[in-house]
Ligand binder design. Structure first.
Ligand code: TYM
Length: 334
């Protein structure tokens, strides 16, 4: 709760280009929450440097991501869209919370284990304490909900544990956040290995649909999507390839899963894959057009970056000052 209104925080990493999983699992759902919540959507560039980045590339990707937030439909007048590195309270609260987080808890984080296995030459302390920074992001804004895909659930559970531990010692300082995860789309799978989630860093380019892929590329990738034995369009647990495509098609067209099964009864995988490709391409087209227009409007984007960072900074510091006082830091002399 912020000033009597329910609030929320979510963010995405500025590494790589956004993919269909990021869009369907998170961004697409954010757009519907702006009236009910005070919203904070962050480009989490502090998180990005847990993996080595080229500085010019990181800056370019961060701006591209912020522009994509707006292109996907987030109105920057209603939603606070900003860069994490512009609000120093994130790092400050993260330090304090790290003193309320146990190593045993961090050792259990599956994302750390996965990333450490992928980057054996650079298992840095930031990668390990990443979930604490994430807790700080969420708690700074007294978030009631955190709209994310399934893969972030464990981090939000840890955030809740840290917040409850802190509140138990110091009183009601933090709102305890709930994960906000959609039934469909919260775990979009790879088009090449449907047992694995779709990811930015997949080496096989055909596994991932990027938000800025052109129509031909999207259709080609769906045509090549790995499906299961058989040729019926049925939403079944033991048919992960076709199940994933049905889910994607359902969100892209707004059609119910049962209706899709009826629509494609007896029509085979080839025809269905083409229909999914076309539906996704036409869903993404307006976003891509708006993204290109926004890219030409430097002053408009710069204005958003400035005013929204000020707003985020204001609310973040309100929480931070309260926390600093609670733990016993001396008051500032003005
Ligand atoms: P990131 O950048 O990996 O992913 C951004 C969002 O996309 C969702 N997502 C998916 N959803 C469905 N299917 C998929 N295959 C898929 N892949 C990714 C993620 O669940 C996420 O919602 N640690 C976070 C960023 C972060 C954050 C936060 C999120 C930092 N601080 C505070 C929420 C609150 C991350 O790396 O997301």
């Amino acid at each position: 709760m912020l000033d009597g209104k329910k609030s929320l925080f979510s963010g995405m990493q500025a590494t790589g280009t956004l993919h269909l999983g990021n869009y369907l699992g998170a961004l697409k759902n954010w757009v519907e929450l702006e009236d009910e919540y005070e919203t904070f959507y962050c480009v989490v560039d502090l998180h990005s440097i847990t993996i080595r980045q080229d500085p010019a590339e990181l800056r370019r990707k961060a701006r591209s991501l912020l522009t994509l937030y707006i292109a996907a439909g987030l109105n920057p007048e209603k939603n606070c869209i900003y860069y994490q590195s512009h609000v120093s309270a994130h790092a400050q609260l993260s330090w304090i919370l790290s003193c309320f987080t146990y190593m045993g808890e961090l050792n259990r984080m599956t994302q750390f284990k996965d990333k450490a296995a992928k980057h054996v030459g650079n298992i840095n302390a930031g990668l390990y304490t990443y979930p604490v920074l994430m807790a700080a992001d969420i708690l700074l804004f007294q978030s009631d909900i955190v709209p994310v895909g399934v893969d972030q659930k464990q981090h939000i559970e840890l955030t809740r544990d840290i917040a409850e531990r802190f509140n138990a010692i110091y009183g009601d300082v933090f709102t305890i956040p709930e994960p906000y995860i959609m039934k469909t789309g919260s775990k979009i799978m790879s088009l090449q290995e449907p047992e694995k989630k779709m990811s930015k860093s997949d080496e096989n380019v055909n596994a991932t649909i990027f938000l800025l892929d052109d129509t031909d590329t999207i259709i080609r990738k769906f045509k090549r999507a790995v499906t299961d034995s058989g040729n019926e369009i049925l939403y079944l647990e033991d048919k992960p390839g076709i199940k994933n495509l049905i889910e994607i098609y359902s969100i892209a067209t707004g059609k119910a899963i049962k209706d899709i099964e009826i629509e494609f009864d007896g029509r085979g995988y080839g025809e269905f894959k083409l229909a999914v490709g076309e539906a996704v391409a036409s869903m993404l087209k307006p976003i891509q057009e708006r993204y290109n227009q926004l890219g030409q409007n430097k002053d408009y984007i710069d204005g958003i970056i400035k005013t929204n960072a000020e707003k985020a900074d204001y609310y973040a510091n309100k929480t931070l000052r309260k926390v600093q006082k609670k733990v016993g830091f001396p008051e500032r002399i003005r």
